[in-house]
Write a protein that binds this ligand. Structure first.
Ligand SMILES: [Zn+2]
Ligand SMILES: [Zn+2]
Length: 363
């Protein structure tokens, strides 16, 4: 059987090839991909960030937010996962080993022997370890979630950004009923954070973005944000002081990439005793003007987060399936495998006159 798959052979180099499906190892599962979401990580990986960081190895099949149907599965694994042939599932990107120190203490995203879909080379085993493909091979230790039939594929793949929202803006931030939360960045993970903050019962949800993000800020308001701030034309700290009557924010989440200003602003807009969650990568930048004494005097908790837990993915799928939110204006593009490089250009904002929020790739 031939499988069409996108293969990244180097930094910013992707081709779509037909590859002969190799024999599956015992316990491996064949998934027919229905769609795979894209996020900022796809752009960073395309440019080479994950290989440079030693997390990924070329050549590889990218795509880490897949939803598909089970095409082939052994009786044992079907029983273990509670699924069968034809079932629709979402796949978590991390495959934990289950036995190392991190796995056994429950932090499986930090598994010492971790296997990450979209990062493993095609030379390893069957090699089809990513979602930008017609089919994908799943390891027996994968963590998968049933996806309800009534969801569009575009809604279904939002399990990933909304799962991130639950993990970072709710779980890591510790958001409680009545809290004020400031979310830096109106991209998918920021929008996912808005949904999670609404679900957590936050009373004020403030989202920052840039002038060019006006459509994303509108979407944030439609999902339940109470205030938006345009960081390139307004003073973020002054606006938060104003909005909260000087009480500042109980929780702050930074999902912006590249800019370090939100980290500095986060320290200022957090109330004494507040929590700051950092989830956006800054290209290894050092932060001039960062004064750690501010954390001490304000008794702040500042933490980094990587990955999303099963609990958060389950909450995301539950909330998407509930129908309580209208995600239609979140879905701006649905593109085929052959348009992957165009999709990446759209994601990078380098295509003129295109408003991009979320892209679903369908093989
Ligand atoms: Zn992603
Ligand atoms: Zn492990």
């Amino acid at each position: 059987m031939k499988v069409r798959a996108a293969i990244q052979t180097g930094d910013s180099q992707i081709t779509v090839n037909e590859i002969e499906l190799p024999t599956l190892e015992p316990g491996e599962v064949l998934l027919r991909i229905e769609g795979c979401g894209m996020c900022g990580s796809d752009l960073e990986s395309y440019r080479g960030a994950t290989v440079a960081a030693g997390i990924a190895e070329y050549p590889l099949v990218p795509g880490h937010e897949p939803v598909g149907r089970i095409e082939r599965i052994s009786h044992d694994i079907a029983t273990l996962w509670g699924v069968d042939v034809g079932d629709r599932i979402a796949v978590e990107p991390f495959v934990p080993c289950g036995v190392c120190d991190r796995c056994t203490e429950g932090a499986y995203q930090l598994c010492l022997n971790r296997f990450i879909y979209c990062c493993m080379p095609t030379t390893l085993g069957t090699g089809i370890w990513g979602g930008f493909s017609e089919y994908m091979v799943l390891k027996p230790a994968s963590i998968v979630h049933r996806v309800p039939e009534h969801l569009s594929i575009q809604d279904a793949v939002l399990f990933n950004p909304i799962g991130a929202g639950f993990e970072w803006a709710y779980k890591a931030a510790g958001t409680q009923v009545g809290d004020t939360i400031v979310i830096f960045g109106p991209g998918q993970r920021g929008l996912g954070s808005v949904v999670a903050a609404v679900e957590a019962g936050a009373s004020r949800i403030v989202v920052t973005g840039l002038e060019r993000d006006a459509h994303k800020l509108e979407l944030a308001l439609s999902l339940g944000a109470t205030d938006v701030i345009k960081a390139d034309s307004e003073d973020v700290v002054a606006r938060v002081v104003d909005i909260t009557d000087g009480a500042l924010a109980d929780r702050v989440v930074d999902v912006t990439s590249g800019s370090v200003q939100p980290v500095l602003d986060a320290v200022e807009v957090a109330r004494p005793g507040g929590t700051i969650v950092l989830a956006g990568l800054k290209d290894q930048a050092e932060i001039a003007g960062f004064v750690s004494d501010r954390l001490v005097f304000k008794s702040l908790t500042m933490r980094g987060v990587l990955g999303v837990s099963s609990w958060s993915f389950r909450q995301a799928i539950r909330v998407i399936a509930s129908g309580r939110y209208d995600f239609s204006s979140w879905h701006t593009h649905t593109l085929g495998l052959d348009d992957l490089e165009h999709a990446i250009a759209l994601l990078g904002g380098s295509v003129a006159n295109e408003r991009v929020v979320h892209i679903t790739v369908v093989p």
